[in-house]
Ligand binder design. Structure first.
Ligand code: NOJ
Length: 534
């Protein structure tokens, strides 16, 4: 049993991701802004989330909707100004909440002054701040690396006769993290925000920051099929997850550690065995390398159970686990698994061991919104059309009430809203005891009041078919969680001899408070959280 009783906020609390363009528009220009977030802090406080991660709001040509930064220490005028930022940070802190910024170190915008200088001539002092290579003798790209947004990862700069690398758009040139000046400049940007008082960073594409020194060709992916993104034709063996990346992460961590109780989160899409290396040697890496198992895996109990067990077994000792259910790059959970299973997913996210990260709007059951091709904004749709890769559907405006535009804006929203927003919105759902919002609110409250659920130990409980079961145990209490990931009844016989307990929370609220023991029948889409009698 874990005897430690002091946990840091980023271990015991919930992280909530805000996509600022879509949260709340206070100015009426159709795009969400920092003041809008400030005005909705009471909502977040009441929901019970603590770490507010805000996707990029820095100056940007918006080629990749903020993930193309042209000034790392400014604010995009569409989203606010530095006074707004200061007020928001103060408001967050006043409520005992924390602010996590989105730091994008792999690439800047091509409109960043650094890149403008770098591309101005081969002997510019900043030339080596980005990744420049000569063409092959026949004039073609230096190697076969592909861009995540389609086509080659190299673009020729006619003026200087060299190619520059861009893992994403040609408007997002990769910075050269083998250059110490880049380290210094970028860490200074992090320091700027830390000095202002932010509580941590989510680091964009952490595993891609450093590339093979020899720029070797990536090998073909033997599992590639036509329905996949063209990027998946190759395995990114030489363009990502290089051993030297851990030195960069350690440096970032050294910096954040100078500011008490900050957190470094890594966006990393890798298999579990590789993912956990980002905790770093002696845990000097990222405190939370994002664990995307619940986003990536098919919604099958046995697959998820195996992943949970592998993850638990692979974590370094004292490495803190975390779980993510959705984000601005992936189809929303309610669309992936349906509205009933979205409740099971919420129970899973909030009762597994580890820091949960929620995505704005999932708590009101928002689904992906169909965006007609001609209205697509996202470069993943416009550059790689016809594959259904666009991310606009999961980025639509938050639904606050049933008034026009769901109370998101007085102007024209930058993306269309869900058609049935009149039913699914904060105001209506607040009044309905059975709504998704109240489901989340009750569950979060319970989690906050029971140490066993937030920081207690995790023990798998063998189950079959569509059922997933596990125990959480704290110093005083123990809970059994049983989830039906299917839409059929299931007979469950948890392998816990002579167990009995009280249902503390359920998808079927009429069961709450009931005594329960031994084998049981689980209804379709039913989840039970049972406090065990010790
Ligand atoms: C990951 C971000 O989450 C995604 O939205 C972005 O397009 C790429 N990184 C490039 O920054």
């Amino acid at each position: 049993m874990n005897r430690k009783d002091t946990y840091l906020w980023w271990q015991k609390e919930i992280i909530y991701q805000i996509y600022p363009r879509s949260f709340y528009d206070s100015s009426g220009n159709g795009t969400g802004d920092l003041n809008g977030i400030l005005q909705k802090l009471d909502y977040l406080e009441e929901l019970g989330v603590k770490g507010i991660w805000i996707s990029p709001f820095f100056p940007s040509p918006m080629a990749d909707f903020g993930y193309d930064v042209s000034d790392y220490t400014g604010i995009h005028p569409l989203i606010g100004n530095m006074d707004d930022f200061d007020r928001l940070l103060e408001g967050i802190h006043k409520r005992g909440m924390k602010m996590i910024l989105d730091f994008v170190p792999n690439h800047s915008s091509d409109e960043h002054p650094w890149f403008q200088e770098s591309k101005s001539s081969r002997d510019n002092p900043k030339r080596d701040w980005y990744v420049w290579k000569d063409p092959k003798p026949d004039g073609s790209e230096p190697n076969n690396w592909l861009s995540e947004f389609g086509g080659s990862a190299w673009t020729l700069d006619e003026n200087t006769g060299q190619y520059y690398l861009h893992t994403y758009l040609d408007k997002q040139p990769d910075l050269n993290w083998r250059n110490p000046e880049v380290h210094e400049a970028m860490l200074n940007c992090m320091r700027f925000w830390l000095d202002k008082g932010v509580d941590g960073f989510r680091v964009d594409v952490m595993w891609q920051m450093i590339k093979d020194k020899q720029f070797r060709d990536n090998p073909p992916n033997p599992d590639y099929t036509e329905d996949m993104s063209p990027y998946d034709k190759l395995l990114p063996v030489y363009s990502s997850d290089q051993p030297e990346v851990h030195d960069v992460v350690r440096e970032m961590r050294k910096l954040t550690d100078q500011y008490p109780e900050t957190v470094l989160i890594g966006e990393i899409y890798l298999p579990i065995q590789d993912l956990v290396t980002y905790y770093g040697h002696d845990l000097q890496g990222a405190q939370l390398p994002f664990n995307f198992q619940l986003v990536e895996l098919p919604w099958e109990a046995r697959r998820i159970e195996a992943a949970i067990n592998e993850y638990e077994a692979s974590l370094p000792s004292e490495g803190w686990p975390n779980w993510v259910l959705g984000n601005h790059d992936k189809s929303r959970i309610a669309s992936r698994v349906g509205p009933q299973q979205a409740r099971i997913a919420a129970m899973l996210l909030l009762t597994l061991k580890g820091t949960p990260t929620m995505y704005y709007g999932d708590e009101i059951g928002m689904t992906d919104v169909h965006i007609p091709v001609e209205m697509a904004n996202d470069p993943r749709e416009t550059k790689v059309p016809g594959k259904g890769l666009g991310r606009d559907p999961e980025r639509t405006p938050m639904q606050w009430d049933s008034s026009e535009n769901a109370g998101f804006t007085n102007g024209k929203p930058w993306l269309p809203l869900m058609e049935n927003y009149k039913k699914f919105n904060v105001a209506s759902e607040s009044k309905d005891q059975d709504s998704m919002l109240n489901f989340y609110r009750r569950l979060i409250k319970l989690r906050a009041s029971e140490k066993a659920l937030s920081v207690g130990d995790f023990y798998p409980v063998p189950a079959e078919g569509n059922v997933l079961a596990y125990r959480r145990e704290g110093p005083k209490k123990a809970f059994l969680i049983i989830l039906n990931l299917g839409d059929q009844k299931e007979q469950v016989d948890p392998e816990l001899p002579q167990w009995k307990g009280t249902v503390r929370f359920s998808t079927h609220s009429e069961k709450e408070g009931k005594e329960i023991k031994g084998s049981l029948i689980l209804q379709p889409d039913e989840g039970l959280l049972i406090e065990l009698k010790q």
